[in-house]
Write a protein that binds this ligand. Sequence first.
Ligand code: IPM
Ligand code: MG
Length: 398
Amino acid sequence: MNYDAQLNKAKEHFAKIMVEQLERIERMKAGEDWTDYDKLKTIKIGVLGGDGIGPYISAHAKKVLEFVLAEELKSGKVHINDIEGLTIENRAAKRKAVPDDVLEEVKKYHILLKGPTTTPRKGDPWPNIESCNVALRRYLDLFANVRPVKVPREGIDWIFFRENTEGAYVLGSSGQHVTDDLAVDFTVTTTQGSERLLRLAFEYARKNKINRLTVVTKANVIKTTDGKFLSIAQEIAKEYPEVECDDWYIDIMTAKLVDPKRRTQFKVVALPNLYGDILTDEAAEFQGGVGTAGSANIGKRYAMFEAIHGSAPRMVTEGRAEYADPCSMIRAGAMLVRHIGLEDRAKKLEMALDICGSFEKKLVMTGRTTGASAGEFVRYLMDTLTDGSLERKWQSFQ
Ligand code: IPM
Ligand code: MG
C-alpha cells in the first residue's frame, strides 16, 4: 500500500495548524492589558439571545440585569443592547460558527451576556459547523471559564477554572481523516495558555484566602500536554506557599465528587478544557442541575457570561419555552455584575437566587407547565430583592 499522497496532505495540514498555534503563542507573549471598567466612560454590554430556549431565558436575565444596574443605566455608566444574528438559522445559512457581521458587532462591546446556542453535530438537519461558544471563546481570547458551584447545606463550595481556549477544543474542527480508516484530532497545551489560566486561579485563591487549589489532569496517560499543564501548575504553586496545591487525575476526581466525605475538601479547581467541560456538568448536578449554574468566560479585553447548558430546542417545539429555568443566565448575570466591580449587588442577587431557588421555594420551576413559569419566578425573585426581607430571610436560612 502506498499512502504517500494522504500522508503528504496530512503533513501539510499539520504544518499549517502548527504555524497558526505558534502565531497564537506570539500574540499571547505580546499580551494586552486588562480592561479597566472604572476608567471606561460607558461599559457596553451586549446581549446575544442565542436559539432554542436562549432568547426566552436571556430576556429574563436581561430584565433582572437592567433592574440591578438601574442606577448605572440612568447615569450612562452602563449601556445594554441586544445583538442580533447568533441564531442557528443564520449561522447555518452563512455556514459560519459566528457570521462575520455578528462578530464585528460583538467586538464593539466590552461584555457579553450570551444565551445558549445550538451546537450542530453530524446527522443534525444543520450543517456540521463549529460550536459558536467555542469560536467566540477563541476569537475573543476568553481563556478562563470560571464556574462556581455551591450547595451550602452540604458544605460544597467549589469554583472551577477551566482552561477555555486550548486542549482538545483549540483545533476541535481541524482534525483530519487521513484515510477513510484513520481519523485524527489534536489537543494542544502551551506554556503561555496554561500559565495565564493557572495564575488567575492561584490569584483567586490568594485573594479570597482559600488554602487549597486542586489541579486535575490525566497526566499519567496524556503525558505530553497534560504533563505540561501539571508541571506548570506545580512551578507556579511555589509562588503561592499559602495555597496547598494537590493534583488529581480526572477519573478519580469524577468519582470523588460523588463521595460526600471527600468532595467538601475541594475548593478551587484548575483544569484543561475538556475535563473542565465534563467535571463542571457533574458538579452543577449537585446544585440542582446545569440549569442552575452560570459561568464566566474571562479574557483580558472581553468577558462573556453564559449558562453552562445547551439550547433545549425540544422545550420550544413542545411549547414549554416559558417554563425553561432562567436561573443559570441570571447567575451568569450576577457574575457579570461582580466582574464590573459591583460586588455588593452581585451578592444580593445571588442571595435572592438562593432564597427563591433553594431555601424558601415559594414557587418551584419544573421545566413543565405544571411548575412555575420563568416570568412568575422572576417576579418572585425581584420581589425578594426589593421587599426588604432579603437579609432577614437569608439569616433565617443559614
Ligand atoms: C459548555 C458547553 C460547550 C462546551 C458546548 C456547547 C460546545 O458544553 O459551555 O460547557 O463544550 O464547552
Ligand atoms: Mg459543557
